[in-house]
Design a binder for this molecule. Structure first.
Ligand SMILES: Cc1cc2nc3c(=O)[nH]c(=O)nc-3n(C[C@H](O)[C@H](O)[C@H](O)COP(=O)(O)OP(=O)(O)OC[C@H]3O[C@@H](n4cnc5c(N)ncnc54)[C@H](O)[C@@H]3O)c2cc1C
Length: 416
């Protein structure tokens, strides 16, 4: 497959940031961040806020990966699953951090970030789905997620556009959403305003290892970028890193997701909050657009939008909210989620000294951006990361039971 076809659909016109083609020079940097998605940019921004000198290297444009495709739900309730309590604790902690993260980002970037505390309604559309949702509701309630069970009538009182087949639902008033493209643009601007750099068309192809320590990376244009630490934030491509020693390769795989954008009008809004069934979700944007997602497909680096994918999403959205049939179909997208064997992210030191990883966020990278970036910024500043992030330690698949937090040396010891 040609390399370009391995990359997700692009939206170059939608990300407005001060982009650089190259860095100003080889002055001492505290951190290089490889990957300009929501995770890499958030890590760089939070590190810059701590006074660290950071440079983001993005081989395409900010948001060219999954972050430019995501629906932007900040919705831990929808992710509640048996056997994933560690992941849920991280998701809940990050969701709680979102309001402050969003307002600090708006202030630092001087841009609109599109955070909406819209709430969510998880609905069942027949008796079988209702039985299953009721079981998940018990799990959600046991996690004290602030949810309530609603009868069909209660669901339709909240969302009159719901299909008459609605058989019950879970109201999650604390769920929120953000427009990920606004988020990416704001993060890139905040990095630059904070004294950092976001460099585009910078494809990292080599690692600079000296005395067993990763001291920087090389880009395809032949430039070397040296820093105290390197943060790997290359999303779905994190498992294919020829620039790292083979033993440091991560168990990350691409998981394809297709998605649609519909457009209504202020008078034609099929729903006011996130509406989710077991097969589809619909996220309303304040400007009248409606995001419908998403398929979950194991197809390697394929990002083709298929007739079958579009059909499935429209059929399921129509089943829940029949008025979607009246809307204009304005965009179809596909992106690659960075999946891991246990669906939880990989955050912290890994592989050679000098490397930190922030990847593997699968379905929740937008939701987890505050927690992940706080953890990475703390590690870069030689401070302890938030406790909930320590469950994401990358060594867990290599049999390491504890996070390797001591691997981050104090900044004074950092080679420049
Ligand atoms: C359809 C869909 C819907 C989703 N909905 C949600 C949602 O509602 N809520 C939520 O929280 N999450 C959602 N997600 C998941 C979320 O999008 C991801 O978890 C998140 O975007 C991952 O961010 P990232 O920065 O790690 O990766 P990416 O955004 O993929 O960024 C990685 C970047 O690294 C760059 N890169 C790769 N290799 C190199 C290299 N060698 N040199 C330089 N740069 C490189 C890429 O170009 C890319 O820009 C969704 C995902 C999909 C696909």
């Amino acid at each position: 497959m040609p390399e370009d076809s391995q990359r997700p659909s692009r939206h170059r016109d939608e990300v407005v940031v001060p982009l650089r083609k190259s860095g100003p020079g080889d002055e001492a940097l505290d951190a290089i961040v490889v990957g300009g998605g929501a995770i890499g940019l958030a890590c760089a921004w939070r590190a810059a806020r701590r006074g660290l000198r950071v440079r983001v290297l993005e081989r395409d444009r900010p948001g060219a990966g999954a972050s430019g495709v995501a629906a932007g739900m900040l919705a831990p309730v929808g992710e509640a699953n048996w056997g994933e309590s560690g992941l849920m604790r991280m998701a809940i902690a990050s969701a709680r951090a979102w309001p402050a993260f969003a307002s600090e980002l708006a202030a630092d970037s001087r841009l609109e970030v599109g955070y909406e505390a819209c709430g969510a309604l998880h609905v069942a559309l027949d008796r079988d789905e209702a039985d299953e949702l009721r079981r998940r509701f018990e799990l959600m309630a046991s996690m004290e997620l602030g949810v309530e069970w609603l009868r069909p009538r209660g669901c339709r009182d909240l969302e009159p556009g719901l299909a008459p087949t609605c058989a019950g639902g879970v109201h999650a008033p604390g769920e929120a959403a953000i427009d990920p493209r606004l988020l990416v643009a704001a993060l890139a601007a905040a990095v630059e305003h904070g004294g950092g750099e976001v460099i585009v068309d910078a494809d990292v192809t080599g690692g600079l290892i000296e005395g067993g320590r990763l001291v920087g990376v090389a880009t395809a244009d032949g430039r070397e970028h040296r820093a105290g630490r390197v943060v790997l934030a290359t999303g779905a491509w994190s498992g294919t890193t020829p620039w790292l020693p083979p033993e440091a390769r991560l168990p990350v795989r691409p998981v394809k997701g297709q998605m649609l954008v519909l457009r209504g009008s202020p008078e034609l809004r099929p729903c006011e909050r996130i509406v989710a069934t077991e097969r589809v979700y619909v996220v309303p944007r304040p400007d009248g657009r409606l995001v419908v997602g998403a398929t979950v497909e194991e197809r390697g680096f394929d990002v083709q939008v298929t007739a079958g994918g579009v059909h499935e999403l429209l059929r399921e959205a129509y089943r829940a909210l029949p008025e979607v049939a009246e809307l204009e179909l304005v965009e179809t997208l596909a992106g690659l989620r960075p999946g891991t064997p246990d669906n939880a992210p990989l955050i912290g030191p890994w592989g050679p000294e000098g490397l930190l990883v922030a990847t593997g966020h699968y379905r929740n990278g937008i939701l987890m951006a505050p927690l992940t970036s706080e953890a990475i910024a703390a590690l870069l500043a030689s401070e302890p990361p938030p406790g909930s992030a320590q469950q994401a330690h990358p060594g867990r698949f290599a049999g390491e039971s504890e996070p390797r937090l001591a691997a981050a040396p104090a900044l004074e010891e950092t080679p420049r």
